[in-house]
Design a protein around this ligand. Structure first.
Ligand code: ARG
Length: 282
C-alpha cells in the first residue's frame, strides 16, 4: 500500500518533470506556459522557476540545521546517513551543533528532528583551493523513521548517468528565492534543470572555477532556473533505469540563475565509492 502510494507519487513527479522539460524545450515557452508570462519573467534570478513541493514528493530531502537554524539541504542515503556538501560543515568537528529535520515541508517545524552524531567531510575538500570534492556524509544519532514523508534515495552510478532521462534533473531546497537575498524559503521548493555539457560548463566558468570531473553543471540556457544560497548540500535528482537517483549535490554557483552560468553540483557517481565507504566507517 505504502509502496503503491510512493510509486504513484513517483509517476506524478515524473510527469511534472517531463512536462516541465517539454516547456523547457519549447522555443517560445512564454506562449506555451501554463503560468502567466509575468511569473516567468519574475522567475529570472530565482532558485525556482517555480513550484512549491510537499515533502511526500521529495521524501529524501532533509534540512540540516546548525544551532537550530536551517543551514543546508541534504539527501537521505540510509536510515542513519545523510549525504550533503562539505562546505556546509566548517564546524565538522562539533557535530553537537548540528541536527537534521526530515519529513517536513517546512524547515522550521514538523517532521522529526534528530541530533547529528558525526560528520565526515571529504579529506581533499579545501575551500581555499576552489570548490572540488564538496561532499560530506552525516550520521544521525537515531534511525530515521521511514514513512511516506521520509525515504532514502539511491546514489547514481556511472551507468545511471548515461541513462539519466534526457539529462533533465530536479533540484530542491529551502534556499533563497533571489540572488543576494538572505531570506530562506519557509516551504520546500523544486525546479527542473538541464545538464550542461562538461565542455560548455568549463567554458562558462573558465575565468573563475576549475571545473573537474567530480563536478556537474546544470541550469537553464537562458538562466532563471537554479539552486541558490541555502540549497547547498541538497539533492539534484534524475530518473534512470526506472527509478529516481541522486545525481548531484548542490555545491556552488556565481549568482543564482544568471544566463550562461549554471549551478555547479558535486557529481555523485564520481563519489559513490567514497560515500559508501564513509557510510560504513562513520
Ligand atoms: N553555496 C551555496 C550554498 O551554500 C549554494 C549555491 C548554489 N548556487 C547556484 N547558483 N546554484 O547554499
Amino acid at each position: 500500500m505504502k509502496h503503491n502510494a510512493y510509486r504513484s507519487i513517483i509517476i506524478i513527479l515524473l510527469c511534472q518533470l517531463l512536462s516541465v522539460a517539454a516547456l523547457f524545450d519549447a522555443k517560445h515557452n512564454t506562449t506555451t506556459t501554463r503560468e502567466p508570462p509575468k511569473q516567468l519573467e519574475s522567475s529570472v534570478g530565482r532558485i525556482v522557476g517555480g513550484f512549491e513541493a510537499h515533502i511526500h514528493q521529495i521524501p529524501y530531502q532533509v534540512s540540516i540545521q546548525q544551532e537550530g537554524v536551517h543551514r543546508c539541504g541534504g539527501a537521505i542515503y540510509s536510515a542513519t546517513i545523510i549525504v550533503s556538501a562539505a562546505h556546509c560543515f566548517e564546524l565538522w568537528d562539533m557535530p553537537e551543533l548540528f541536527a537534521v529535520r526530515a519529513g517536513s515541508s517546512e524547515h522550521e517545524r514538523g517532521g522529526v528532528y534528530l541530533p547529528v552524531r558525526r560528520i565526515f567531510v571529504h579529506a581533499q575538500f579545501q575551500p581555499a583551493n576552489g570548490v572540488g570534492d564538496d561532499i560530506a556524509v552525516v550520521a544521525v544519532t537515531y534511525p530515521l523513521p521511514f514513512s511516506i514523508n521520509i525515504q532514502p534515495i539511491p546514489l547514481a552510478s556511472s551507468a545511471d548517468m548515461s541513462d539519466a532521462y534526457r539529462s533533465v534533473y530536479f533540484v530542491s531546497g529551502w534556499g533563497s528565492l533571489a540572488e543576494g537575498s538572505r531570506l530562506r524559503s519557509p516551504r520546500l521548493r523544486f525546479v527542473t534543470v538541464k545538464q550542461f555539457e562538461q565542455r560548455a560548463c568549463k567554458a562558462a566558468y573558465s575565468r573563475t572555477v576549475h571545473i573537474t570531473e567530480g563536478m556537474l553543471c546544470a541550469g537553464a540556457l537562458g538562466g532563471g532556473r537554479d539552486s541558490c544560497q541555502g540549497d547547498s548540500g541538497g539533492p539534484l535528482v534524475g530518473y534512470a533505469h526506472g527509478r529516481f537517483v541522486l545525481v548531484g549535490v548542490v555545491s556552488f554557483g556565481i549568482g543564482c540563475g544568471r544566463p550562461g552560468l549554471p549551478g555547479i553540483y558535486t557529481r555523485v557517481a564520481e563519489y559513490k565509492d567514497w560515500i559508501e565507504l564513509a557510510a560504513k566507517q562513520i
